[in-house]
Design a protein around this ligand. Sequence first.
Ligand SMILES: *Cc1c(COP(=O)(O)O)cnc(C)c1O
Length: 368
Amino acid sequence: MPNLLDIDSVLLMGPGPSSINDKVYMVMGRPTIGHMDAQFIALLDGIKDSLQKVMLTNNDATIILSGTGSSGMEAVLTNLIEEGEAMLIPVNGFFSERMVDVARRLGAIVDVIEIAPGQPVNSAELEKKLKEKPYKLVGMVHAETSTGVLNPIQEIGPMVRAAGAYFIVDAVTSLGGNKLLTDEWCIDALYSCSQKCIGCPSGLAPVTFSGRAMEKINARKKKVPNFYLDMTLLMKYWSGTPRAYHHTAPANMYYGLYQALNLILEEGLDNVHARHLDAHNYLVSGLEGMGLKMLVDKEWRLPNLNTVLIPEGKDDLAVRKELRQTYKIEIGAGLGSLAGKIWRIGIMGHTARRENVDALLAALKKIL
Ligand SMILES: *Cc1c(COP(=O)(O)O)cnc(C)c1O
């Protein structure tokens, strides 16, 4: 039988989960209380307040879902899409492709703008598409974790709003790691996760919906076709009087997320973003110093997820295995068409500091 005391402490430098600050683990061991307990309801209010500050939004519908980032994607699309609505999704990686799949399952008529992996979404091309046809929804991934590209959503949000559509953003990798102004950038619905740049174990999905997004949901012709993710019901638990039971919130996970959000706010959002950028620049100069090459052009690189080309003649799996076994460091493999061609090095959340980059560079030097 596996012994949990034998579980290695691994430096997590892949595409998520990221390494966890001990201060987060510590609160997760506090006593479990009931999900309708007055102390727990006060915690929900605290989480909402901290989330609004990290997301830079005044949205009342700012909550956590008890599920991973994918449940956030599912929730945003399930609540906002009504069958037959036209949706536009630019696809430049694995996660925008997943968004297309989920939207089509819900009956949206999805048009796709295909972009080569490693390239960003082009806002002028997207604006042209918006003028050709009236779209109800536009969905985009902010930080494409599969390729290491940061998409210019700040330019696109206002275009989508001007076209009268709803703007949906996947911020699973960007929230907590990159500048993200939910309200100012005209985002109507955004979802994220707990385990990447927020720095908590996986299992929760922070989401936010604008006032106009909630109006669309409340005016649906048919009920939201998923009970567990129905925002109209979830809001009765998060802000109704009295609070109405919906599902048993995993209390200890919520403690961890609250702590992780507050560590970000204590450090200051700008400082946290600068720390990610500093570790990224430090990593890239180290990798380039070893003769390695990055997949993405400098201008579009995502600081928190670095895609590096596997050098000719090196065995992808063997290198990652040695990193894990000998050095207790995890990095990620390429996804889809990039499998075997790149490594994905995450510097997310608590992982994003120079000493961790030093450990990885030293190990890679020995292995390669
Ligand atoms: C990780 C990730 C997801 C999926 O999140 P899970 O927590 O694994 O369900 C979705 N979108 C992006 C951009 C991601 O990086």
